[in-house]
Each structure stands twice: as C-alpha cells, then as structure tokens.
Design a protein around this ligand. Structure first.
Ligand SMILES: [Zn+2]
Length: 308
C-alpha cells in the first residue's frame, strides 16, 4: 500500500488575480515536483467534489449560499479583503473539500495508510460562517466531520504546522472535547490569534513561536508541546494541516525551517499515528508562498509519508 495523492486541475483554475500570493503557481510547482521519478509509486487520484451535506456539517447553509453567489461569471470578486474568487473558483472549493473526504474514505477503508491532498484554496482560516486569509471552506474540518459523522469515529486530532495560526479550525472545534486541534505558528502575525492560554475545553493546544526562531528551537517546541498531548489524546485518525510557510524563504513569515525540518515533523506525526491509530493519517495542503520552497518542502513531506 502506498500513499494516495489527491489533486485536480480545477484547483489550478481558481484564479486569485494579479500578484496574489495564493496563486496557481504554488500548486503547479508542487505537482511538477511530485511528477519526478521518486514519486512514481504514488496512488494518484482525482479529487472528487464534496457533497453539500459534507460541507454543511461545518458551514452554515446561508454561508455556503453566500459563497456560491459571490463567484462571478467573469473577472474577479473579493469575498473578504484578502480572499479573491473568479469564475472557475467553485470547482476548486468543492474539490479541495471533497479531496479530504475521499482521503478519509480511502484511509478508513484500508486502501492506504496515509494520503496527501494537494489542493487549493487552503482552508484553515475559514470558520463556520466566514471566509478569511485566502480560505473559503475549511477543508480539513470538513474531513474531520466526515470521519466522525460519516464513519462514526470518536476521537480525531488535527495538527496544523502552517506558520499562521489555524484560527478557523480552532473556532469550529473549540467547544468539542472529541476533537483535538494543535497549532504551531508564528506569534504576532496574521491572524494574530493562537495564544498559549487559548485552550478551548482542554482540546486546543496553541504553540506560538517568536519570529526568527531557529529550526532547532522550532523542533523542540513541536516535540515538547504537541507530541505528548497527541499521544495522551490517542486519536483514531490524525489530520495534518500542512502549510509550508515556516520555510526560510517564505515571503509571508519569518521562520527558518528547511525541507528536512518538514520531513522530521512528518515522521514525528507518523510515529504518533502508528502508536495511536494504525498509521491512519490524512494530510492536506494549506499555505506556502514561495513556490520553489513549497515544492521542496511538500516533496519532503510526501517522501516521508511514502516511507511507512
Ligand atoms: Zn499560512
């Protein structure tokens, strides 16, 4: 059994306009890297669109209708100050969310041990009824609810190593002790939340790091503050909100990670999945805004996932 890779050309057709950091170029660079020979064994599958009922487990119906209505027939439209949509965006929203649900089906169905969803737009800043930070639907949260309500799983954990706080995912699950949400992120940048003192009902773990944290200290914080809590929580499936913008070259933050650090975090999380949940792990792309760094870091992540 190998790693399943979900993606779809519709995710490249979501046009965010001139010079927007969340551009199709990011995903194009990562997918090109994943075409190289070392990734030949990936089980490549087209991301299916989510069913509306899957999205509605997280997002209010009125919000969904507002999103669909905001997509213009031509040109671009802003649905939040930094979230831009265009005429082909709906397919990207639906397939980004649908990829995570399909990955959940495949992993719980025993078709593979883990999966990576190479999709856009990202999702972790989207909450129940608001779009924010390039995110429209919270893809990972929709996958979590699919694992619980579609498959009857009890305890589910999300680890978000995107350099920005996963505030949408936290908002969705902050009162739900059956879902643990752990986020390591740079303090005092967008979206300005994610303080260590925000613990939800004991299910939220926030690990803010200062700007210019060394990779050694970043790893130490991850290992000391996230891994033990995951083991204690003992999830039945583990989700990763895999943003690669803590890379040294990323233009939107000031961290110092290299691809090897993403390999290391991936291996740490795979160990947790092996101990707790029969290796069941679903990872989904969030941010990463230097296309070359994203390609290298995402490839390091997938290379590790394939070595189980
Ligand atoms: Zn980010």
């Amino acid at each position: 059994m190998t790693t399943i890779l979900y993606s779809h050309p519709d995710c490249l057709a979501h046009d965010t306009g001139y010079d927007h950091p969340e551009s199709p170029t990011r995903l194009k660079a990562l997918l090109a890297k994943l075409q190289e020979q070392e990734f030949a064994a990936l089980d490549r599958r087209p991301a299916p669109p989510a069913a509306r009922v899957q999205i509605s487990r997280v997002h209010e119906a009125r919000y969904m209708e507002k999103v669909f209505a905001a997509v213009p027939t031509s040109g671009e439209a802003n649905i939040s100050p930094d979230t831009i949509v265009s005429n082909k965006s709906t397919g990207a929203f639906m397939r980004a969310a649908g990829s995570v649900c399909a990955a959940v089906d495949a992993i719980i169905g025993g078709e593979a041990l883990n999966s990576f969803c190479a999709v856009r737009p990202p999702g972790h800043h989207a909450s129940m009824a608001s779009t924010m930070g390039f995110c429209v639907f919270n893809n990972v949260a929709i996958g979590v609810e699919h694992a619980r309500h579609g498959h009857g799983l009890g305890r589910v954990a999300v680890v978000d190593f995107d350099v920005h706080h996963g505030n949408g995912t936290e908002a969705i699950f902050r009162n739900d002790p059956a879902v643990m949400v752990a986020s390591i992120h740079q303090a005092m940048i967008f979206p300005m939340s994610g303080a260590r003192s925000d613990t939800g009902v004991g299910n939220i773990v926030n690990v803010p790091v200062v700007r210019n944290t060394s990779a050694v200290n970043f790893r130490a914080a991850f290992e000391a503050e996230i891994i033990p809590r995951l083991l204690e929580f003992n999830p039945e499936i583990l989700f990763i909100s895999a943003g690669f913008d803590a890379h040294l070259s990323d233009p939107l933050a000031d961290q110092k990670l290299a691809p090897a650090d993403f390999t290391w975090m991936t291996e740490q999380l795979m160990s947790v999945a092996e101990i707790c949940c029969g290796n069941r792990l679903v990872s989904t792309l969030e941010g990463g805004y230097d296309p070359a760094a994203l390609a290298q870091s995402g490839a390091a992540h997938v290379r590790a996932l394939m070595r189980h």
